[in-house]
Design a protein around this ligand. Sequence first.
Ligand code: C5P
Length: 240
Amino acid sequence: MHSCNPIIVAIDVSDRAKMNELAAVIAPHAGMLKIGLELFTKHGPAIVTDITSKGGRVMLDLKLHDIPNTVKRAAANAAGLGVELLTIHAGGGGAMVRAAREGVAAGAREAGMPRPKLLAVTVLTSIDQETLSGELGVRRSVGEQVVALARMAQAAGADGVVASPKEIKALRAACGRDFLIVTPGIRPAGAAVDDQKRTMTPGEAAAAGANYIVVGRPVVQAADPVAVLEAMLEEMAHAS
Ligand code: C5P
């Protein structure tokens, strides 16, 4: 995998053999593979080391959210698996984010590996204004809450955020150019949108300031995943 390749492919399948088959084809042409809760809760940490043991780079998308001490230990364990990116919920507060940062640092030190970068999830894209204000009782708008949580997470040691395409510009302005912005909801022009509501093309996301894009089905379900990846890379290279 190329270290500067900005495409993270979400391997959202439950079957371990199928995942490894896809990973073998996709990994050499992608920046990273994203392992989420579905695979992790079925196969455990072995699903991660299936990839990292072969030199693959992994974004482990567990969206940790618990008391600081528990998150610290879980983050340390994730670091020991050799993942490159780990997600946590900013909603756990500054103390939790700081604990996660200490955890990844300690776990990486112990395993003799580079420290995974921490990505904070701010407001889930499944939460709309009505849910945020009504059920959750938050007075800010969704956009304000996203930026406020991102700033808080950054101050507490997060390296970046996972953000929807429409949040990229405000986050880049608020958090500066060194803060990582990783963006799902990406569809190459002409691809099926599936259940994604607001999408951007890879080129639009790159131009808006995303460091990495996350793409699942358009690659994983393609007849020729490598051709789709190469076309997206080409588009991103000419975007900014
Ligand atoms: O197949 P698709 O490209 O829609 O997959 C996108 C991946 O990014 C999935 O793993 C999905 O869970 C994840 N994701 C997302 N939207 C978010 C956060 C994560 O689509 N807001």
